[in-house]
Design a binder for this molecule. Sequence first.
Ligand SMILES: C[S@@+](CC[C@H](N)C(=O)[O-])C[C@H]1O[C@@H](n2cnc3c(N)ncnc32)[C@H](O)[C@@H]1O
Length: 247
Amino acid sequence: MSFGLSRGRQLDVAPGVVMVSDEELGPLPDDVMNNPEAGRLDPRAWFPLRAKENGCDRPFEIEIGSGKGTFLMQHAPTTPGTDYLGIEWAGEFCIYAADRIRRAQLPNVRMLRTDATEFLRWRVPGGIVDVIHLYFSDPWPKTKHHKKRVVQDRFLADAWRVLKSGGELRVVTDHDALWAWDREHFDRWCGGGPCPNHDGQAPAFAEKPFAKPISAGEGELVGTNFERKFRKEGRNFHSTVLQKLAP
Ligand SMILES: C[S@@+](CC[C@H](N)C(=O)[O-])C[C@H]1O[C@@H](n2cnc3c(N)ncnc32)[C@H](O)[C@@H]1O
């Protein structure tokens, strides 16, 4: 099947192979506001190796804002026993990443085109995710756009809920103002709170230093497209890991 892309380009992809299809996602029930559990599904069931291994407990990781999919392309082959869901809301990037992954034949990666914060909020059951990767998230510098930043109290409450006990939220950014915003949130969620919408006790997370993944190149933190671009510009980077503390 052929997807029409902006600027007249066409890209051949097989929807429902790497890209999660609308049928797999299914509709969000109308009463989800009253009954948040009604919209939950198990995204781990979308992965062929898990199905083949009779639902064995393969680790499951989510990348938020995969862009062109470089982290998943590099990292997933190094850890074939783990399933990765890349979430990207920009259609053109999501299709681009899915097509790269399809051509590389990576059975442990799938792409979902949606708002990752909404997906965590309404679709993902509690305690199933090992790692959430958030690399070079959009900074939304204008004050009126801060509500569009991924890191919010609501997001941290959902990240905490979907992570397994001991699971990790891994964050890297180049952007000083976004980092100040992240820090203000992380300090509360790793300290005495308050932690709005949080089901457990404070602190919700313990903070630990970011350890570069095995797939990162020499001198890189993660080796995404944005990291490489910003590294050439000589920018500094900020990174951390928030580890879920048991309720
Ligand atoms: C600055 S780019 C970084 C891409 C990639 N992580 C990298 O480091 O090269 C941020 C990406 O996150 C996507 N994004 C931002 N907010 C998102 C959200 N809530 N859900 C899914 N994707 C999101 C954007 O569309 C964009 O492709």
